[in-house]
Ligand binder design. Structure first.
Ligand code: EPU
Length: 417
C-alpha cells in the first residue's frame, strides 16, 4: 500500500489543470449501456472509481478502447445483466448501471451497496422511482433483482434531492413509454452533464439543473462523442490548498458558475480569488477568517468539500460551525485532524472548529475519499512531517493529487509500506 508524506509549510505557487469530473464520468460511462455503437468520451479522469465502473461494464460485455483521456466505449454485445458484490462493494456508484440495464435489456441484478464510511446511504429513492415506472423489484440474497417488460413514464417525487437517484431514473426514462417527471430532482452540474450527453444521444430531457426534470421517452438513441466537464471538487480542493498554504495558484479550465458556493466562502474567509476567462487565481491571506458552513444540495455548499474546508478552518482566527446535512457520518476526518493539533468538537451533526494558528505534522490515516484530501491539505499547512496512510481512498477520486501538488512547490511524495 502507498502512503503520502508531506513536509509542510511551503506556500503553493504556479498553475494546475483540472481533470474531468469523477461524478459526471461515472453516470456518463454507465449511459453507454443504453445503446450500441461506438461512443467517444473525452476528458475521462484516470482514477480508481473509473477503473471500477469500467470493470463493472466489462463484466456486462462492454468493450473499451483507451487513448489517454479519451475512451471509446461499445456495448453492442451485452452478455450479462449482473453487477456482482465483489465490484459493487468497492464503489456505491455501481448502482448507476441499474437504470441503463433496465432500459436496454428489461432486466438487471445489482448487488445492494450496503453502508459506507460516510453514512448508511440507502437506494430506496432509486427503487421507488423504478417501481412507479413499472419495474418489478425484489431483494434476493443481497441483490436487487429488477425486471420490466416495458418501462412507462411516471411522475416521481424525491423526498430529498438525490444525485445518483436522479441520474438513474433519468437513464431509465429516456426510452420509456410516455413522459417521466422527476420532482425535487438533484440540480448538480454532474446531473446536467449527463442530461446533455443523453440529449446528444437523441433523448428528450428538459429542465436538468432545475428541480423539475421532464423526460419524454424516445424510440431510438445513437452513440455520441462527448466531453466530460472539469471536476469542481478537484477545483475546490486546489482553491483550499492555495488558501491554507497562503500561496498563489492559478486553476485552469474551471466552470466558475459551478464553484460559486465554494468561492464565496473562501472570499469570506479572506482569500483573494480572481476570475480570468476559464481560470481562477487564488491568493491566500496571512490571516484566515473563520466562517460557518452548512452543506446543502447544489447550488449550496457541497458536502464533498466539507472536509477540505474544515482543514482550512482549523487554522483560522476564531471559531467556525460546520454543519453536515447530507451524510450523517461524514466527520471521520475530525479525529485525524485532532491528531495534528486541531481543536474540533462534534455534536449532533455539527462540528465546532476552534481555529488556531498552527497544525503539527503527524501520522494519520485516510478513512474516505474527501477525508484523505482534507488530511493532505492539513499536511501542507502543518509544521513538520505528515504521513498519511491508506491513500487508496484518495486515488478513488483524484487523479494524481500529490503529483499535481508537488509541481506547485511543496515537498510531497509517496512511499510504499
Ligand atoms: N438518499 C436516500 N435514499 C436514496 C438516495 C439518497 O435517503 O435512495 C439520501 C442519502 O442518504 C443522502 C441524500 O439522500 O442523505 C443525498 O444523497 P445522494 O443520493 O445525492 O448521494 P449519492 O448520489 O449517493 C452523490 C455523489 C457523492 C456526493 C453526493 C451528494 C456520485 C457518484 N456520488 O452520491 O460523491 O457526496 O452525491 O452530493 O455522484 C464523493 O465524490 O466523494 C461523493 C461521495
Amino acid at each position: 500500500m502507498d502512503k503520502i508524506i508531506i513536509e509542510g509549510g511551503t506556500p503553493l505557487t504556479g498553475e494546475v489543470t483540472l481533470s474531468g469530473s469523477k461524478n459526471a464520468a461515472l453516470p456518463i460511462l454507465s449511459a453507454c449501456v443504453l445503446t450500441g455503437g461506438w461512443h467517444t468520451l473525452h476528458n475521462i479522469p484516470a482514477l480508481r472509481d473509473i477503473w471500477t465502473i469500467k470493470k463493472i461494464l466489462s463484466n456486462l460485455g462492454v468493450v473499451f478502447e483507451e487513448d489517454g483521456q479519451t475512451l471509446r466505449v461499445n456495448s453492442d454485445n451485452l452478455k450479462s445483466h449482473v453487477a456482482p458484490y465483489q465490484l459493487v462493494r468497492t464503489m456505491r456508484a455501481s448502482i448507476l448501471v441499474l437504470g441503463p440495464l433496465l432500459s436496454r435489456l428489461g432486466k438487471a441484478k445489482i448487488s445492494l451497496p450496503g453502508g459506507c464510511a460516510i453514512g448508511a446511504r440507502p437506494i430506496d429513492f432509486h427503487l421507488k422511482g423504478l417501481s412507479a415506472m413499472g419495474v418489478d423489484i425484489s431483494l434476493e440474497h443481497g441483490y436487487v433483482v429488477a425486471r420490466a417488460d416495458k418501462l412507462r413514464g411516471a411522475a416521481i417525487f424525491f423526498d430529498i434531492p438525490s444525485v445518483t437517484g436522479t441520474e438513474n431514473l433519468m437513464m431509465a426514462a429516456v426510452k420509456a413509454e410516455g413522459k417521466t417527471t422527476l420532482n425535487n430532482a438533484a440540480k448538480e452540474p454532474e446531473v446536467v452533464d449527463l442530461a446533455n450527453m443523453l440529449n446528444h444521444m437523441g433523448a428528450q430531457i428538459e429542465g436538468a439543473g432545475t428541480d423539475t426534470i421532464t423526460i419524454t421517452g424516445v424510440k431510438e438513441l445513437r452513440p455520441v462523442t462527448y466531453s466530460i466537464i472539469p471536476d469542481r471538487i478537484e477545483a475546490g480542493t486546489f482553491l483550499v490548498a492555495a488558501a491554507i498554504t497562503k500561496g498563489n495558484v492559478r486553476i485552469k479550465g474551471c466552470r466558475v458558475d459551478d464553484l460559486e458556493a465554494i468561492v464565496e466562502k473562501l472570499v469570506d474567509s479572506g482569500v483573494k480569488i480572481e476570475k480570468q476567462a476559464q481560470d481562477l487565481i487564488a491568493q491566500g491571506n496571512d490571516s484566515i477568517k473563520s466562517v460557518d458552513i452548512k452543506t446543502m444540495p447544489f447550488p449550496g455548499f457541497p458536502t464533498d468539500m466539507q472536509a477540505q474546508f474544515m482543514a482550512l478552518m482549523s487554522i483560522a482566527d476564531g471559531w467556525s460551525m460546520i454543519r453536515e446535512t447530507i451524510f450523517e457520518n461524514r466527520f471521520m476526518h475530525v479525529s485525524e485532524l485532532r491528531r495534528m493539533g486541531a481543536d474540533i468538537e462534534i455534536n449532533a451533526g455539527q462540528a465546532l472548529v476552534r481555529g488556531k494558528s498552527n497544525l503539527s505534522g503527524a501520522q494519520v490515516m485516510a478513512t474516505d475519499l474527501r477525508a484523505s484530501a482534507c488530511l493532505v491539505l492539513a499536511g501542507l499547512a502543518a509544521k513538520g512531517r505528515t504521513e498519511i496512510s491508506r491513500v487508496y481512498h484518495l486515488d478513488r477520486g483524484y487523479h494524481d493529487l500529490d503529483g499535481k501538488l508537488s509541481l506547485l512547490g511543496p515537498k510531497i511524495w509517496r512511499e510504499q509500506y
